[in-house]
Design a binder for this molecule. Structure first.
Ligand code: ADP
Ligand code: MG
Ligand code: MG
Length: 213
């Protein structure tokens, strides 16, 4: 089961890297409005490195934990910036929750997503309403957990949570940034969604396609 989980993780990271390559220009445009404009290139580079690192680890027989740990380190290293560090933390936390050998079922994924959310919040010290990716992650994790507790299967629960993340990410346009580099230009961000929240939501949709396939 763990080998299959690692293979799925490898495929997801590959698809995420392709998606972020295609979205890099738009994510950069969003970050240029109130930040420093590097969110697209950072996410593109980070995810490409993460996908390559996971592929190498999986080819050598790594399980989910090891593959995600290597991917997270590569993302932080090559992606740079706040988002690179945070995605590094998130993938590491997800890997720690899934483990190398345990069966990865819907409950394990639900628990792993909660650990990911907690990792971002303790790393970045931001909270809901600060206009960061947390404004997409928290509703995503909460909805996933609620749907799984209600007995939905993982793909159905994930689809609903991903849609929730998209709505929440778009809704960050109504917030004023209080943290990070966007802070000094806070008012300029009004009317534009947070780039990190948008990229998070896009990633959840890419993972949904993997779960369906
Ligand atoms: P940088 O801000 O270093 O240039 P990026 O542009 O790649 O890095 O990423 C910016 C994104 O990082 C923001 O849109 C926001 O979603 C996220 N972010 C910034 N600070 C925090 C924080 N303290 N906690 C969570 N996410 C954050
Ligand atoms: Mg930036
Ligand atoms: Mg930057």
């Amino acid at each position: 089961a763990s080998r299959r989980a690692a293979a799925t993780i490898g495929r997801a990271l590959d698809d995420i890297a392709h998606m972020l390559h295609a979205q890099a220009e738009e994510l950069g445009r969003l970050d240029r409005i109130a930040g420093d404009g590097d969110h697209g290139i950072g996410m593109q580079r980070g995810s490409r490195a993460a996908s390559a690192a996971a592929a190498t680890a999986i080819a050598a027989g790594a399980g989910a934990r090891t593959a995600l740990h290597r991917a997270g380190d590569a993302w932080a290293d090559q992606g740079g910036g706040t988002s690179g560090a945070i995605w590094g933390e998130m993938l590491g936390a997800l890997g720690a929750a899934l483990g190398d050998d345990a069966v990865v079922d819907a409950a394990a994924v639900g628990g792993g997503i909660v650990r990911m959310k907690e990792a971002v919040m303790s790393y970045g010290k931001a909270t809901v309403g600060d206009k960061t990716m947390i404004d997409a992650i928290v509703p995503f994790a909460d909805r996933l957990r609620a749907r799984l507790s209600a007995g939905d299967d993982l793909t159905v629960a994930w689809a609903d949570a991903a849609e929730t993340a998209s709505v929440a990410a778009r809704a960050t346009a109504t917030l004023t940034a209080r943290l990070g580099r966007a802070r000094s230009h806070g008012d300029r961000s009004l009317g534009t969604p947070d780039p990190g929240a948008i990229s998070f939501a896009l990633i959840t949709h890419t993972v949904h396609h993997i779960l369906e396939g």
